[in-house]
Design a protein around this ligand. Sequence first.
Ligand code: SF4
Length: 244
Amino acid sequence: MKALPPSERREAKLRVQMIFQNPYASLNPRRKAADIVGEAPRVHGLVGGDLGTFVDEQFRRAGLDPALKHRFPHQFSGGQRQRIGIARALAVQPEFLVCDEAVAALDVSIQAQILNLFMDLRERLNLTYLFISHDLGVVEHISDRVAIMYLGRIVEEAPSEEIFARANHPYTQALLAEVPRIETTKRGFAAIKGELPSPLSPPSGCHFHPRCPHAMPRCRTEAPRLKVVAAGHKSACHLNDAAV
Ligand code: SF4
């Protein structure tokens, strides 16, 4: 493969940015918010005019008042700090954002505001997100396509609606059964049995077999491959072979 020239390599790197789980730990406590947001675009020569005006625009786009830009991170609330993280990532005009548990550290009412901001920015700036989350309610709300992972392997992948309507893999089915819902009828909760094994020494065969209610002898020795089970829907489970 031909290597990109240094200037294009730099540009390619800027196209992918990251939003971190803990907005407090991911902002430099010694820098003012304006410096945090403005530094990368200044260093990469992305600011045509006045840097202050540019930073004000980034603040407004992330739903922050530019009058607060000379404050330090500890002078903001948790939701405002996450907005600074979003403004910092968007300031270099990325196309792709990796959002690693980006709302997990926030209060539930603030989570909704930040999720709405993510969706609004996706529409306005034509962004793509890789949104990593343990909260299936959040996943259903924001995702077009979902990949479920267990111990480092993708076990199921499908459009969001398909996963939530017709989960195929026993692990996905167990996860969805535990999602809290507002219902008038009583529901019993059955936790997935057993402890989560160490990812450093995962079980042989299907990693999920010690906890799976449908495990067969084959599951202990043979890792299932991700196979198409419906249009656009893949799952890694030997039960799908037995059904054929
Ligand atoms: S391959 Fe076997 S152990 Fe793994 S999820 Fe399917 S039935 Fe369960």
